[in-house]
Design a protein around this ligand. Structure first.
Ligand SMILES: NC(=O)c1ccc[n+]([C@@H]2O[C@H](COP(=O)([O-])OP(=O)(O)OC[C@H]3O[C@@H](n4cnc5c(N)ncnc54)[C@H](OP(=O)(O)O)[C@@H]3O)[C@@H](O)[C@H]2O)c1
Length: 384
C-alpha cells in the first residue's frame, strides 16, 4: 500500500490523481491533502478520501473548512505551515506535488527534507530550484518521478538504458492554439483565445504557458535537471496531435518514443505506480483512426518565450528565478487584460536584462530574485 499526500489536490492534476487513486483502492491510501483557496472542494475531497490531515493555504478559508469537517477525525491546518505539514506528513511515503507556480517549490523542498519520494507535476520547483532540489533528493535518497507527460515519456524510454548511450532528447509540443497564426493575428490574441488549448485540458496558468510556448521552455529546463543533459542535447519539435509525448535518440540513431492519447491520468498513474505499471487503460490508442502523425519546427520568431527559457537555462543561477517570476507576473497581467499576449515575452526579456545573475544561489537568493522581479514588473505594469 502506498500512502500518498497531495499538494494541490483541488487543481486539475490533483483531481485527476484522485481519480487514479480511486481506481486502485487496494494500492493507494490518501493520507494528506492541501489546496489553495477552494475550501469547498477540499472539504468534499476530505469527506470522500478521509485523509488524516488537510491544509488550506489561504487563512481566510480556514474556519469554513474547519466547520465543514467538524465531527470527522481530520486535522485541519492553514497557511505555509499547514502546507509544510502536509508535505512532510509522517505516515505518507509519496508526495504528489501539483501546486501551480513557484508556490509549490518550498513544499517540494520540505517533502524532500523529510525523505519522501515525489511524483512531480510542479515543474516550477525544478525550473527555479533544480540544483537545490536535486541535491536534497540525492542526500535523502528520495526519488523524483516526473508527472509531466513529456518527462514521463523520456523517463519510460530511458528505463534500462545507459546515460552515455543517449545522444539527445526531443520534447514534443502541440504548438498551442496559435501554432499556425501569423504575427499580426498573434498580437491581437485575447485571454479567452489563449485559454482554449487544442489537445490538453489544464489549469489556466499552464494553458497560457502552452500558448506562448513558455511551458515547453520550462520543460526544457525541467528535462535538464531531471535527466542531467546539457541544453544543446534537448530539442523541441512541434507535434500537433499530442500522441508522441517525447523521444530519446541514442548514439546509434535509434529513437524510442512513448505514445498514448493525451490524457494526464496515464502519466499520473505511471508516477504513482512506479516502478511497476498498473492495469488500467484510460483511453486506448487507435493508430488507424488517427491516420497520420505530423511534425514541424517551432516558429521561434512568433513564440520568443521558448528561446528566453533556453537563455535563462544556460545562464542558470538566479536567472531561473527571474524567468519564472517574470512569466508568472506577466501571465497574471495578461489574464487580467492589462497587457497584450506579446507583452508576456517582452516583460520576461526586460526582466532578464535588468537582473544581475547570482551564479550559485542559495534558497534566499532565489526568493530575493523572485521578489525583486515581481516588484519591478508591478511598478511598470500600467503600460499597455
Ligand atoms: N494540467 C496539466 O495537464 C499539467 C501537466 C503537466 C504539469 N502540470 C503542472 O502541474 C502543476 C499544477 O497544474 P494544474 O493544471 O493542476 O493547475 P491548477 O488546476 O491551476 O491547480 C493548481 C493547484 O495549486 C493550488 N494552489 C495554488 N496556489 C497555491 C498556494 N499558494 N498554496 C497551496 N496551493 C496552491 C490550487 O488550489 P486552489 O485551486 O484551491 O486555489 C490548485 O490545487 C503546474 O505546475 C503545472 O505546470 C500540469
Amino acid at each position: 500500500m502506498k500512502n500518498i499526500s497531495i499538494l494541490g489536490s483541488t487543481g486539475f492534476i490533483g483531481r485527476q490523481a484522485l481519480e487514479v487513486i480511486e481506481a486502485f483502492p487496494e494500492r493507494f491510501s490518501v493520507k494528506a491533502l492541501a489546496g489553495g483557496k477552494n475550501w469547498q472542494l477540499l472539504a468534499g475531497q476530505a469527506k470522500l478520501y478521509k485523509p488524516e490531515v488537510v491544509a488550506i493555504s489561504e487563512e481566510r478559508h480556514f474556519q469554513d473548512l474547519k466547520k465543514a469537517l467538524s465531527g470527522l477525525r481530520i486535522k485541519v491546518l492553514f497557511g505555509d505551515e499547514g502546507i509544510k505539514e502536509v508535505a512532510s506528513f509522517p505516515s505518507s511515503n509519496l508526495v504528489l506535488a501539483s501546486i501551480v507556480g513557484v508556490a509549490g517549490m518550498l513544499p517540494v523542498i520540505e517533502a524532500l527534507k523529510s525523505g519522501k519520494d515525489i511524483a512531480l507535476a510542479n515543474k516550477e520547483a525544478l525550473v527555479v530550484g533544480g540544483k537545490l532540489v536535486n541535491a536534497l533528493a540525492e542526500k535523502n535518497k528520495s526519488k523524483i518521478i516526473p508527472v509531466d507527460s513529456e518527462h514521463s515519456a523520456i523517463f519510460q524510454c530511458l528505463k534500462g538504458e545507459k546515460k552515455e548511450d543517449v545522444r539527445r532528447i526531443i520534447l514534443t509540443s502541440s504548438g498551442g492554439p496559435f501554432r499556425d497564426w501569423d504575427s499580426k493575428k498573434i498580437k491581437k490574441v485575447k485571454a479567452e483565445d489563449a485559454l482554449n488549448h487544442p489537445t490538453w485540458k489544464m489549469g489556466n496558468k499552464i494553458t497560457i504557458d502552452s500558448a506562448t510556448l513558455m511551458n515547453k521552455g520550462f520543460e526544457v529546463i525541467e528535462a535538464h535537471w531531471l535527466f542531467g543533459l546539457d541544453y544543446s542535447r534537448i530539442d523541441v519539435v512541434i507535434h500537433p496531435q499530442s500522441i508522441i509525448h517525447s523521444l530519446v535518440e541514442f548514439t546509434d540513431g535509434s529513437c524510442l518514443a512513448q505514445l498514448s492519447p493525451p490524457d494526464m491520468r496515464l502519466p499520473i498513474q505511471y508516477a504513482l505506480g512506479f516502478p511497476g505499471r498498473l492495469p488500467k487503460i484510460w483511453k486506448a490508442l487507435d493508430l488507424v483512426k488517427l491516420g497520420s502523425l505530423t511534425f514541424e519546427e517551432p516558429r521561434r520568431e512568433n513564440f520568443p518565450c521558448l528561446d528566453l527559457a533556453y537563455r535563462a537555462g544556460k545562464t542558470g543561477g538566479t536567472a531561473l528565478a527571474v524567468v519564472n517570476a517574470a512569466n508568472e507576473a506577466a501571465v497574471d497581467l495578461f489574464l487580467k487584460g492589462k497587457i497584450k499576449f506579446t507583452g508576456i515575452a517582452e516583460i520576461i526579456e526586460k526582466s532578464l536584462e535588468a537582473h544581475n545573475t547570482v551564479k550559485n544561489p542559495d534558497i534566499e537568493d532565489l526568493i530575493e530574485a523572485d521578489r525583486q522581479t515581481r516588484n519591478r514588473i508591478k511598478k511598470g505594469s500600467k503600460i499597455k
